[in-house]
Ligand binder design. Structure first.
Ligand code: ADP
Ligand code: MG
Ligand code: MG
Length: 211
């Protein structure tokens, strides 16, 4: 499988930035139904800033790149999603430490730690109609595929499927966290913007591993 080094994480950042750019209007549309219509713009601003920061001073470890991207998202995304995605990536980066490369199991454990950090920061549980409804199934699928002996590429493909299914499964849920929760039962029937963007970010990771 592919080597998980700083260049690998930079390829993910580039794929993620492109995906966010391409899907920004759709993310904003989803957020206009149950939020304040800024999710696409928020992430576009954050990922553009993160890409620029990494290009300007490229860290030489995968953990360093993730940490820098997380820090940039926290400082440039104005919404709830900035600190949450920022925590995810900063925590994952810190967890990877300063190794020049990471084993698939190390990446998996680091992402799991990042997702747990999102849960601690935002206080959301599975089923609350948030980004966690895509992220938790994704890290679960990644870990169990690796445990059963799959390589990184098929394990990430399983994570991508789980994230997409998790995002789609937010449609019938009532939001219990974030702005969408203010709508109460009127949040039912719409896909959560953050779960949708989370699935895009997982998909970008799979895409670079497959390339
Ligand atoms: P804001 O709601 O501040 O405008 P965004 O529109 O950028 O921020 O992001 C909204 C997304 O953030 C939601 O769709 C949801 O997935 C996620 N989110 C909001 N609050 C939480 C939380 N407490 N825990 C996890 N995710 C959350
Ligand atoms: Mg919003
Ligand atoms: Mg907002």
């Amino acid at each position: 499988g592919p080597v998980i080094d700083a260049a690998f994480v930079r390829r993910w950042l580039s794929a993620a930035t492109n995906a966010v750019d391409r899907e920004a209007d759709r993310l904003t549309e989803l957020d206009s139904a149950i939020g304040d219509a800024d999710h696409g713009a928020n992430l576009r601003r954050g990922f553009t800033a993160a890409s620029a920061a990494v290009d300007k001073a490229p860290p030489d470890t995968p953990g360093g790149v993730l940490f820098l991207v997380g820090r940039q998202l926290i400082s440039t995304v104005g919404g709830a999603s900035g600190p949450l995605y920022g925590t995810l990536l900063r925590t994952a980066g810190k967890e990877l430490g300063d190794g020049a490369t990471a084993a698939p199991q190390e990446l998996s454990a680091a992402l799991r730690a990042g997702v747990e950090g999102v849960g601690r920061l935002g206080g959301a549980a599975p089923g609350d109609k948030t980004m966690l409804d895509a992220l938790i199934p994704a890290v679960d699928a990644l870990a169990s595929a690796l445990e059963s002996g799959a390589g990184l590429v098929p394990a990430l493909a399983a994570a991508r499927i789980a994230a997409n299914e998790g995002a789609q499964a937010t449609v019938p849920l009532q939001a219990r966290k974030g702005r969408a929760s203010y709508l109460g039962p009127r949040s039912v029937g719409h896909q959560d913007p953050g779960a949708t963007s989370a699935a895009l970010l997982v998909s970008a990771l799979c895409q670079v591993a497959e390339a």
